[in-house]
Design a protein around this ligand. Sequence first.
Ligand code: ADP
Length: 386
Amino acid sequence: MTDVQLVMNAGSSSLKFAAYTAKGDKPVLKGKVAGIGRAPEFSATGAQPDALGELTPDTPHDEVVQRVLGWLTAHPEFGDIKAVGHRVVHGGRDFSKPVLVTDDILDQLTVLEPLAPSHQPHNLAAIRAVRGWKAELPQVACFDTGFHASQPKLNSMFGLPRSLTDQGVIRYGFHGLSYEYIARILPRHLGQAADGRVVVAHLGNGASMCAMEGRRSVATTMGFSALDGLVMGRRCGSLDPGVLLYLQQGLGMTIGQIETLLYKESGLLGVSGVSNAMQVLQDSTAPEAAEAIELFCLRAAQELARMLPCIGGLDALVFTAGIGENSDRVRAGICAHLEWLGLALSFDANAASDTIIHAADSKVQVWVLPTDEEAVIVGHMHDLVA
Ligand code: ADP
């Protein structure tokens, strides 16, 4: 039986997994449970949709992981799993590079759960579930914050008292595995411009941007938590902190209610009242849906512009992730707010979601490049487990 390495990406409402052979950079197995907590749906290479048994909105995340592991056990034809790699959202100050998980490291990562309450508990639950399944398997944690460790200190500071900065209340930034992948493939596409001033826009359910120079993170739109920056599917993005005081003191909301509001009921869903999914909003005739899309585009352009002083201009803009790779309407909407930079889109190339979508006379290159976080994780596993 072939030896394989398993990658798990346990998100707030989905579990993605993929298996790779030692040398392969393409997965031999790819699967996903989407809609956990709402309407779970399973899909995987060569599998029936009901292969995990009945999944309901009440099936908890850790049971979903258990069922996937049970399914893998029942299907040895996908290979003999020798190691498991995980996307872990928060590495805090201590973990900027991927690590082999030990008891001590798991404890340290658990302390960071309140910093990423929608993701970190699920990431760590997947690690614990694999331990319960096969305790001897080496497990690697790869951090979404890691890529941003290269940010200059000034770009990571808030205007808060120094004591809080010293305690780690700083801008960490997220989506680092996606940015690492794009940074790796940039030279293949952009040539020398890859090392110039590039903004990568990772626009999925969670959305952020990263300003790079020399293919290293210089600034990013997400901050201390994954709430900051752009308007997202369900998250509000940057917010006047005075609103939080008002919600608590003026409206009497509890901290739990505020957390739910900010993480689950805001963003595209809250503004439109229709859906958190961009594709659904685009198909909707409700004026609130159109307004939510316009707000998404304006806020994205504003967040991009906020980072430009950190890199001194813009040579290239790269769109990636579900919305970035697929929505010509959103790309056009964002770019329309950036024409003052000399950025001009090619209408036809954008409509076709080509790889290069800028017009011939554009002063800024604009690209659409699919991301692959799992490929980054498996690359780190090869390094660490070998
Ligand atoms: P995540 O991995 O963060 O869950 P994805 O990167 O899969 O998210 O992106 C999901 C988002 O992409 C959703 O808002 C979805 O509606 C949007 N999306 C996917 N395909 C399209 C499409 N063809 N047109 C517009 N939006 C799309």
